[in-house]
Write a protein that binds this ligand. Structure first.
Ligand SMILES: Nc1ncnc2c1ncn2[C@@H]1O[C@H](COP(=O)(O)OP(=O)(O)OP(=O)(O)O)[C@@H](O)[C@H]1O
Ligand SMILES: [Mg+2]
Length: 597
């Protein structure tokens, strides 16, 4: 089952909008059907009113005849059934009233006393109608009849009373139904409506419109008037609301039928007028709802993305947007404040970690220095012992080799061997001297020395050689103070730095090259450094640079004692010797010595 919480806000809002539209549409549909029902009711009333009004019109026509008969019956000759005297009166009446087809006076037995000229062809049946009048003692209306020529008519007969109320005769006449048709035509009704005047047998006397061929009312059940209005399918297939009204004094019924389609059309017209307005309102409402919901969900998604970014460790500032509500704006500000705090905390943490890393490196470097110095000190002690032990036999070998050469009778080949022994012994003595110097067994008298003088003497020594190797020598002598040292020893140190630099440039083939010698006063210490444009020292060699006999040069080119001897000299003067990488990639060898007071 899908939980509500797992659906997106936009979808939920959309469903809510739809759910709100449904009742509105249902209400609109209900209003439509109500409107239809009311219109049908109106039409029903209209049929009733029209039926009564039309019945009254027909009634009025019949009342005219009744008045005419009343006027005639007060005339003595009529009462006396004086045929000759009555005849002109009757003819006069039919002339005046075109609806009157003829007018006849009958005696109570039904025999014709007088008659106006008639447009109908030879009609009988006078005695029937007279006997009906005598029986009912009231007006009698016949069903619809036709003469031999097919002309339709209705016979109406009235009793003629004398002053005592005795029926002295019967006045009968034939009426053209066309007269009734005129009354029926007067009804004002919507299109498709029909008005029918029918007699007690259901025979249609008149109807409107003339071409209506569907009988609205079943013949049976109408003689005694009309039932309540109802809906009825006519023979023309049209469903109508129908109402009846009896015509007083004639056994006739007026039936009025208005098509249900009229109610439908009227409701539709109203609907067509109302629905677009409703649709515009609904569409507008939906647009407003959708736009608003999009703004809401857009802002939510923006904040959600920001939260996910923070969760994934990205603390960069969030893009500031205009929020649709105050609550959203506050939430956004909350996110910004949170990010600021995060960043501040992280920056503080980073700084602390960097400081710790730097301290750790410093400690490690100090540890390495201590280990190196201890190792160098041990090597120095060892070397000084060995140097002392080897020096004496070497001096003996050297002395005897010299003495032997002085003997004249020696062959040339022996002499040259002795010379070789003397040279090699002298070389071994030199090495021993250097070793002893590393171990500080020999010291001269310390005196104030200016490092500038040391540099210049070294420069003089190497200038020509450097020029021939295409290496420039730069001197930046900024130191003003003196150090307390043996000049020759410092010369040896600087000379070794310069020779090493020169060899590094030449061996790597980086010519033209440059060697820079700098001096600087640094508080109560004086710094001297030699920088070259060679390849620098490989990282794996750095730790071993100042160990005796460490060399990367070919056999015969270097002994690996230069830097270890330099170390011994600087260390004995209370200074510090070291190496670092140059910014341009070359090597920088330096030493620091305390300034002389
Ligand atoms: N300027 C430099 N550039 C690159 N490597 C250097 C430099 N100076 C010294 N070295 C390295 O340090 C090693 C030790 O130098 P050191 O002066 O002690 O001995 P050496 O020069 O090899 O021999 P010696 O000086 O005894 O003739 C060298 O072999 C070389 O590998
Ligand atoms: Mg050297």
């Amino acid at each position: 089952m899908v939980k509500i919480g797992s659906r997106s806000l936009q979808r939920q809002l959309f469903v809510a909008i739809l759910l709100l539209i449904v009742p509105i549409l249902l209400a609109a549909a209900w209003l439509g059907t109500e409107e239809f029902r009311e219109t049908v009711e109106e039409l029903t009333q209209q049929t009733e009113v029209t039926a009564s009004r039309t019945a009254a019109l027909v009634q009025r026509e019949l009342s005219g005849f009744e008045r005419m008969v009343g006027n005639l019956s007060v005339i003595p000759v009529v009462r006396e059934l004086d045929g000759a005297a009555v005849q002109p009166l009757l003819s006069n009446q039919t002339r005046q009233n075109p609806a009157l087809l003829d007018l006849a006076l009958l005696d109570p037995g039904g025999r014709l006393v007088a008659r106006s000229p008639s447009t109908l062809e030879k009609l009988g049946g006078w005695s029937d109608i007279a006997s009906q009048v005598m029986q009912k003692r009231a007006r009698v209306v016949s069903p619809l009849r036709h003469d031999r020529a097919g002309l339709a008519f209705v016979t109406i007969a009235h009793p003629i009373n004398d002053e005592a109320g005795t029926i002295t005769g019967v006045m009968a006449y034939h009426v053209n139904p066309q007269l009734l048709q005129d009354a029926v035509n007067q009804a004002m009704l919507p299109e498709g409506s029909v008005v029918v005047l029918s007699d007690m047998r259901g025979e249609v006397l008149a109807r409107s419109p003339g071409d209506f061929d569907g009988r609205l009312v079943a013949a049976s059940g109408l003689a005694d008037g009309a039932g309540p209005p109802r809906q009825h399918d006519g023979a023309d297939g049209v469903r109508r609301v129908i109402a009846h009204a009896p015509v007083e004094g004639g056994a006739w019924v007026i039936t009025v039928g208005i098509p249900i389609a009229v109610a439908f059309d009227r409701t539709m017209t109203l609907w067509l007028r109302t629905v677009p307005a409703l649709a515009v309102v609904l569409v507008g409402w939906v647009i407003v709802a959708v736009v608003y919901s999009r703004r809401l969900t857009g802002s939510l998604v923006h904040l959600e993305t920001a939260a996910q970014r923070i969760a994934s460790g990205d603390f960069s500032p969030i893009e500031r947007r205009t929020m649709p509500t105050r609550e959203f704006a506050e939430l956004q500000s909350g996110f910004e404040a949170m990010l600021r705090r995060f960043n501040e905390a992280r920056a503080a943490l980073d700084a602390q970690m960097a400081e710790e890393r730097r301290m750790r490196q410093e400690v490690e470097s100090l540890q390495r220095q201590v280990i190196r110095q201890e190792r160098l000190a041990a090597v120095g002690q060892l070397v000084s012992g060995v140097a002392h032990e080897i020096n004496n036999p070497l001096q003996a070998i050297l002395g005897f080799a010299e003495l032997l050469q002085m003997q004249g009778e020696l062959p040339e080949s022996v002499k040259s061997d002795l010379l070789l022994i003397q040279k090699e012994s002298a070389r071994a003595c030199g090495i021993i001297r250097n070793l002893a110097m590393f171990a500080r067994q020999q010291t001269g008298e310390a005196e104030p020395v200016h490092l500038g003088d040391v540099i210049r003497s070294v420069a003089e020594l190497r200038q020509r050689r450097l020029e021939s190797e295409n290496i420039e020598l730069r001197i930046e002598d900024d130191s003003t103070r003196h150090v307390s040292a043996v000049l020759a020893e410092l010369q040896q140190v600087v000379l070794n730095f310069v020779v090493n630099a020169e060899q590094a440039i030449v061996l790597s083939g980086r010519q033209p090259g440059c060697i820079t010698i700098r001096t600087q006063d640094r508080g109560d210490r004086i710094l001297l450094e030699v920088e070259d444009t060679g390849p620098g020292v490989a990282p794996e060699h750095e730790a071993r640079l100042f160990q005796p006999f460490f060399t990367t040069k070919a056999v015969g080119q270097g002994t690996g004692l230069g830097l270890s001897v330099s170390y011994g000299i600087i260390d004995s003067l209370g200074g510090r010797i070291g190496y670092r990488n140059g910014a341009a990639g070359g090597a920088i060898f330096y030493f620091e010595l305390p300034a002389a007071a």
